[in-house]
Design a protein around this ligand. Structure first.
Ligand code: COA
Length: 147
């Protein structure tokens, strides 16, 4: 349940708090998958569709949608609802990427995710399309990374 201490200046849940929950849910998912230490390497496409109200129930769903050699791409959906309401509404969706690291902090191999259901295959394809788009974004942002 979102708490009074999660508030922003507009009286709703602070965006930074939602980002923290996304990182925590994604980390728990990545850790379960690779069973070893991992770090966030990328978070993309966070768009807050609807505000989350203080005192509402918040639900996060995190699932592996693609694995590379050391990376785990995780889709995170955030939902909320007022107490007593039947249905959750979706507040945001994003993709967060974790990389598993060995004892000397080098990327290390993770188990492969093999999509089976139609939905899993669609999400895997979505992750691959996003990776391609990200190359363009990375190129565009390059001048501002090391200036
Ligand atoms: C994670 C880290 C060790 C990776 O080092 P690196 O030199 O970039 O390693 P690599 O180039 O071999 O990339 C490792 C993986 O990260 C992935 N990766 C790198 N940049 C990425 C990006 N922009 N988006 C998605 N994945 C990315 C690569 O695709 C690769 O995945 P793969 O092995 O499945 O192909 C390094 O970037 C790091 O330490 N980052 C800081 C992590 C951190 O502290 N996070 C907490 C937030 S402050």
């Amino acid at each position: 349940m979102s708490e009074p201490s999660d508030v922003n200046y507009g009286g709703k849940v602070h965006g930074g708090m939602v980002m923290k929950w996304i990182d925590q849910a994604g980390y728990a998912c990545a850790l379960q998958w690779c069973q070893s230490y991992c770090v966030t390497v990328y978070v993309g496409g966070i768009r807050f569709f609807n505000p989350i109200h203080i005192g509402h129930l918040v639900k996060l769903e995190a699932r592996i949608i693609y694995t590379g050699s050391s990376s785990m791409h995780i889709a995170v959906d955030v939902f909320s609802k007022a107490l007593g309401k039947e249905h959750f509404i979706k507040n945001t969706h994003c993709i967060i990427v974790f990389v598993a690291l060995d004892e000397i902090n080098r990327p290390k191999a993770v188990p492969s995710f093999l999509p089976v259901t139609e939905k899993e295959i669609a999400m895997r394809d979505y992750a691959i399309r996003l990776m391609d788009l990200r190359k363009t974004i990375d190129e565009e942002m390059k001048p501002y990374i090391n200036d």
